[in-house]
Ligand binder design. Sequence first.
Ligand code: HEC
Ligand code: HEC
Length: 361
Amino acid sequence: MRATSRSTIRRWVPCAVLVVPVVLIGGGLPRSGLSAGPAQEKDAELLKDARDAFEPLPKDMATREFPVSPERVSLGRKLFFDPRISVDGTVSCSRCHLSALYATDALPKSHGARDKVLPRNANTLFNTALQFKQHWRGDFENVETQAKHALTGPGFGNPDFAAAMARVNAIAGYPELFKKGFPGEADPVNADNWGRAVGAFERTLVTPSRFDEYLGGKTDALTLTERNGLRVFMDIGCVNCHGGVGIGGGKFRKFGVKEDYWKATGSKEIDKGRFDLTKDPADTYTFKVPGLRNVEMTPPYFHDGSVGTLPEAVRVMARVQLGKTLSDEETGAIVTFLKSLTGNPPADFMTPPVLPPAGFK
Ligand code: HEC
Ligand code: HEC
């Protein structure tokens, strides 16, 4: 299936010469009769282009189907930090999505229960519920199904959902909390509700940044250097894939449009991406375009964690996706812009809650 998206990425259309008078929109811009100078025109044009390509973050990522009631979020937050639901009692979601590392584990590839190495690099969970699919290959439709299937995946290592739910039921405090999170349900402790509770917590993890203030019209929320970087990011074509509210996260694309990706990344294993899921040759080496919010804080990069630094990741992207060799100046400008996408981690994510007591059996 080709990429479709709830938050459709709008393409940025380059506009060569600005002949029409600049239309000034938004709060931070001059509204008086004073004629705008060339610098102001450039600023207004940049903001307009940015608003065509990106969107500011919402307050949370709830939908009608997946609300974020306080009871559900509070339960989901406990489950997120609880290692006792895994097969050997050592693995919680927070083992690979650590508070101290912007919800990643900083490893090229994560280690699950019984030290099993997972096939790909752990993504951050911040703002992730906005993406059109979850996982590098788009294995899951939303954070709820992702969380449900994590129970029986190589991370938690449970043989089936029943075994996982037996672990939840063995902790005396949980059934009551499930009742509160899912009022009116006769048998609320089940794997779907586990996914919905953990998903509700994830749907609160938004990290607004100075870039969102900029999109809101406060042009000086970004420094001149950052705005120059934004211009380069758009002019060079990064925005064609990394657009929308997540600065990515809205479609699948081949990794290696211009040349094989592993030649640039030095990857030892070659991952065929979505092909392994769909068996459609057109999906060979395609992956979800990742969102770039907080990217400064989430190395190593790419689905296999093969690249350690952000400037190198940017150079690889320009080379293999666009066939361009960036100058140091261009690379630096893009990296400076990308750093303006870093937001503060949500407080509820930074401190683990106290969990209902029970020893691991
Ligand atoms: C053992 C390490 C590990 C554990 C435990 C773990 N994850 Fe992950 N997580 C990963 C890895 C690795 C990926 C990337 C998987 C892939 O694409 O192949 C990932 C991806 C994700 C994604 C997709 C993000 C995106 O941008 O596509 C979400 C959401 C997620 N994890 C949530 C969770 C939740 C919720 C839990 C607990 C129920 C959890 N994870 C437990 C390692 C882990
Ligand atoms: C044709 C679409 C496309 C274009 C153009 C593109 N990217 Fe990407 N980008 C991707 C895909 C797909 C991935 C995931 C690659 C993988 O499998 O690891 C990615 C990954 C990244 C990553 C790694 C993120 C992470 O969390 O590991 C960064 C950084 C990045 N891109 C920045 C850029 C920059 C900067 C540009 C412009 C120079 C750019 N991209 C152009 C599609 C694109």
